[in-house]
Design a protein around this ligand. Structure first.
Ligand SMILES: Nc1ncnc2c1ncn2[C@@H]1O[C@H](COP(=O)(O)OP(=O)(O)O)[C@@H](O)[C@H]1O
Ligand SMILES: [Mg+2]
Length: 411
């Protein structure tokens, strides 16, 4: 229980330090959270929330370790909260070393928590006091949280659900809101939004759960017709997953069923895409005080030892992206412009990584956006920003500041 004691709200700095020379209640107007050092007598408290129920649990833990190490402790207080694979919010140790990859095995939240109870964020915009509860024990207040850094990938983290909870709780958070998160998670609606804003997307068709369950034979025919028009191979993907989980490159009709079954293990809705031939170009967008700006782009070279840029290539072997991408000045300007357009099209906030294919024809086609992209110091998003002049610590700080600036609610 040692680290619980340090979170005891009776000892939290805001209470200890309130005296005649300080405002009695700095949070009297709780709808406004300012830049703490100027407006408030204590540092803003950042809850780094990580782990989660998605298949990207381990990646999230590894990333949170980097974020925890990079947060400026002179400027912010930190409360790490891990979400277990079952969905319990656990109080975890502020100990990045326990959150590393060991023997090519991804870490879990379970290995960094010493507490059985659950952490709760009250659904009460007037109360930001986080509470720890454990069976048979008196609930313990852990102090107020001013901003959440949801370092989560995939469903229940990056898809708008957590963002909805934070909206109800009235706690500002880093990154995209409810709508943008949901759009960024759903490869079908993402394409629909981009198309409606004039961004080019590749050919695709969607297998809806009811259609597959009612008449899988008709669906197979549809997909075969789609292949007749666009050619094999096809990419069969869960509509709402990430990190290449459940994606299969299918070379012909005989591989289709297995690919659909695999995708449906992750999501009952499946998207089928034509192969795009070209170079993979990515671009980071970051929200500054005066609005979003794009980083220099990167190129992801074709990975020869993996079927495509899959999970292992991305996270464990940390595939070597080329930063900046060797493009012409015009192409670089074009992809940076398109990346900001994609950010605006989906109403993103804070950050986004926009991924494109540069087709042989010279056209940029958008593949997807990631509202919480890979975020370890060697991940593409931080690397692109470093090359643009923003290092990892600054990046973390700018994201927290953007979240504190905007608060919750309609904006
Ligand atoms: N239509 C496509 N044509 C060619 N390569 C693709 C296509 N779709 C996906 N890929 C390859 O698979 C990788 C993962 O697909 P992506 O749609 O980005 O899924 P995820 O959300 O899991 O990152 C891409 O980075 C790319 O290398
Ligand atoms: Mg991707």
């Amino acid at each position: 229980m040692s680290n619980l004691a340090s979170h005891d709200s009776s000892q939290s700095p805001d209470r200890r330090e309130s005296g005649p020379d300080r405002p009695a209640d700095p949070y009297a107007d709780r709808r406004v959270v300012g830049h703490a050092s100027e407006n408030y007598p204590r540092k803003p408290r950042v809850a780094v929330v990580f782990g989660g129920r998605s298949s990207e649990h381990g990646v999230s833990v590894v990333t949170a370790a980097s974020v925890l190490s990079a947060i400026d402790r002179d400027k912010y207080d930190v409360l790490p909260i891990g979400i277990t694979t079952e969905g319990r919010w656990a109080l975890t140790a502020d100990d990045p070393e326990r959150m590393a990859i060991a023997d090519r095995r991804m870490p879990t939240v379970e290995q960094v928590t010493d507490h059985e109870g659950a952490v709760m964020l009250p659904v009460d915009p007037a109360n930001r006091e986080v509470v720890y509860t454990e069976a048979g024990a008196v609930p313990k207040a852990l102090g107020e949280v001013d901003v959440v850094f949801p370092m989560l990938h995939g469903p229940y983290g990056e898809d708008g659900t957590l963002q909805g909870l934070l909206e109800l709780s009235g706690v500002p958070y880093v990154g995209a809101g409810v709508l943008a998160s949901a759009v960024g998670m759903d490869k079908e609606y993402m394409k629909r939004v981009f198309t409606s804003f004039g961004l080019a997307v590749g050919p695709y068709t969607v297998i809806r759960p009811r259609a597959w369950e009612r008449d899988s034979e008709a669906v197979r025919r549809e997909v075969t017709d789609f292949a007749a028009e666009h050619g094999w191979p096809l990419f069969v993907k869960p509509a709402r997953a990430g990190s290449s989980f459940g994606i299969t490159k299918v070379d012909g009709p005989e591989g289709l069923d297995a690919a659909i079954t695999e995708a449906r293990r992750h999501d009952p809705k499946v998207i089928v895409e034509a192969l795009l031939r070209g170079r993979e170009i990515e671009c980071g967008v970051l929200e500054f005080e005066d609005g979003p700006r794009a980083s220099v782009p990167a190129e992801i070279p074709p990975v020869t030892s993996h079927a495509f840029y899959d999970f292992e290539a991305k996270y464990i072997d940390s595939a070597e992206g080329i930063v900046p991408a060797p493009l012409t000045e015009e192409q670089t300007a074009e992809v940076r412009r398109l990346a900001v357009e994609a950010f605006e099209a989906a109403s993103c906030e804070g950050l986004v990584r926009a991924d494109f294919f540069l087709l042989d024809s010279g056209e940029f086609v958008i593949n997807e956006i990631n509202t919480m992209p890979g975020f370890t110091p060697i991940s593409m998003y931080p690397r692109m920003w470093r090359e643009t002049g923003v290092d990892y610590r600054q990046l973390v700080d700018l994201l927290i500041q953007a979240a504190l600036r905007r608060s919750t609610g309609l904006r």
